[in-house]
Design a protein around this ligand. Sequence first.
Ligand code: FA5
Length: 353
Amino acid sequence: MTTDNLLGNLKELQAKALDDLNGSSSSEAVEQWRVTYLGRRGELTQVLRGLANLAPEERRIVGAAANTVKSLLEESLAAAEEAIKTAALQALADQGRIDVTLPGRPIPLGRLHPTTQILREICSAFVSMGFQVVEGPEVEWDHYNFEMLNIPKDHPARDMWDTLWIDHVDEQGERPMLLRTHTSPMQIRIMAHARPPVRVLGPGKCHRSEATDATHESQFYQVEGLAVDEGITFADLKGTLFEFARLLFGADRKVRFRVDYFPFVEPGAEMAIDCFACKGEGGSCRVCKGTGWIEIMGAGMVNPKVLEGVGYDSSKYTGFAFGMGSERIAMLKYGIEDVRLFYSNDLRFLAQF
Ligand code: FA5
């Protein structure tokens, strides 16, 4: 068959199909039409299959024409289906069987998870103080999670973090991979790629193999903070964290600093905020376990050993670091009594935020 003949046939097919479609007034008839012309064994599909037997030049011309016909038929089909639907609705309305003026059914809207909301709030508080936000991997190397943070193998401080190790043994017979237990490996990743001045915030998910209770989950978020420059002192650390607490909780909230130990800072501290549930009274409060305070972060001056490890001159540069639990901050801010609610997937809880 010549190209002209094939193009003629396509034209005829198009005219016949459109004619047939005009005469199809029910959804069943339109569906039958679709099968006849556009279905897998439909007339147009046969033409498209036949293209394979044509010479390249012919194939190009007839193929383009066949595709144009196909698009036209598909558009006509969609228009016919819509017209039948509208006519059916109109018929129901005419018979008084539906009231098209009734408001539609509400479409349930999603919302941001409370953790996402609090992470954004925390980040914007620190961004307003000149920090930059970066993220790092959740599956981490022992090297970053412990070694470079001054926690060598067999160091008892490793017991502070109940670690979930990845079941992968390297050529030396070691298991070097884990789910990060804190966001502090971000300190090393950041310093390995930047020279001072550094002011960075690293939010991310952490995992610990621990028994859960009202303030402990096995997965939770932390936000790491790191500032390194010439002349940074503990006063800068306190000033920054007080300002953060003021921005998030208002000026009336009480903040407590106490000495704490983390191998990668010296001196180290923990920061706590008065318990929202018992207003700092303690007693038999389940949330703060009777202490009146909820610990929200660990902090301290970056240990010179850590600075030297990434090639910084510790006689020239000093810095501070902190790592806060995002859910604990959200608990204090929104009055949530149990951290396990965050990831229990209960819409009754999530819909409140
Ligand atoms: C750390 O993880 C240190 N990396 C923090 C740090 C960073 C210290 C930089 C010094 C310098 P810690 O294990 O205390 O420290 O955890 C820090 C915060 O994470 C806690 O204050 C708490 O708010 C939160 N957190 C810890 N464990 C859990 C848990 N199981 N569930 C929910 N939040 C937790």
